[in-house]
Design a protein around this ligand. Structure first.
Ligand SMILES: C[S@@+](CC[C@H](N)C(=O)[O-])C[C@H]1O[C@@H](n2cnc3c(N)ncnc32)[C@H](O)[C@@H]1O
Length: 230
């Protein structure tokens, strides 16, 4: 049986039961093998840009006896993934910029029946901005830790509706709906990074083009109001 670390377990928990899943940037294909072995998904697609990682995926799929349930596709992002071939799309372990770029190149994902599960390793704010600018609603965010690093996974769906959010939303998304220690740590770490960036700008006499001062104030205000279960 495939065992996942906490990061990938959290990603797996955001995939809908019974959905045909496409794992983009699959590498070892642990996620898709786990989802099928656990009976969460009946079948799926494991796709990667490079041959090496796709070979890793093939090995996992063969060893798990899932060759009839997993289609392996060499693909740059969603380019070779056919519309209507999946219900849930997972993009995990890549940077937020790359995930946003991959999503921006596939218009067919603008479909309210498709659930996108994204776990950016960096620049989650770029991905949230992409979702907001393109009519997607972020439904839920979860956090996980491997003890050292904290990770965030979000699920999003196309609605075509414009949404109104505060200035800090691209940094915290739906995270304030959670009430757990890892989410608190995730936001606290991000706040420290934002403060460092802001004070470096100020000491260099630069303008605060990203309005970081106001972003920091808004996040701190929300943190004070949130009754964290700590
Ligand atoms: C760090 S691994 C993540 C593996 C797995 N998804 C996880 O979260 O553990 C990133 C994978 O994304 C693949 N990748 C990078 N750019 C890609 C693209 N444009 N389209 C598809 N896969 C890509 C890489 O080849 C690599 O196998």
């Amino acid at each position: 049986m495939i065992k996942l670390d906490e990061r990938l377990k959290t990603v797996a928990s955001m995939v809908r039961e019974g959905s045909r899943v496409a794992d983009i940037g699959t590498d070892h294909a642990y996620l898709i093998a786990y989802l099928i072995e656990k009976g969460i998904c009946p079948r799926g697609i494991a796709a990667d840009l490079r041959k090496g990682p796709l070979e890793n995926a093939r090995q996992t799929v063969i060893e798990a006896g899932l060759t009839d349930k997993v289609e392996l596709i060499l693909s740059d992002g969603l380019q070779k993934i056919k519309e209507n071939s999946c219900d849930d799309i997972v993009l995990a372990g890549m940077g937020g910029n790359l995930i946003a770029e991959i999503l921006s190149k596939a218009q067919w994902i603008k479909n309210e029946n498709i659930n996108i599960v994204a776990q950016p390793m960096t620049h989650a704010e770029v991905l949230r901005q992409f979702f907001l600018d393109n009519g997607f609603e972020i439904l839920k965010e979860k956090t996980a830790t491997d003890g050292r690093r904290c990770y965030c996974t979000m699920s999003a769906r196309y609605t075509g509706q414009a949404q109104k959010h505060g200035i800090s939303y691209i940094y915290t998304g739906q995270l304030f709906e959670n009430n757990d220690e890892i989410t608190f740590r995730y936001i606290d770490k991000m706040l420290t990074t934002l403060k460092k960036k802001h004070s470096a700008l100020m000491s260099a006499g630069r303008t605060d083009d990203e309005n970081l001062g106001a972003v920091i104030d808004e996040i701190e205000e929300k943190m004070e109001k949130t009754k964290w279960l700590l």
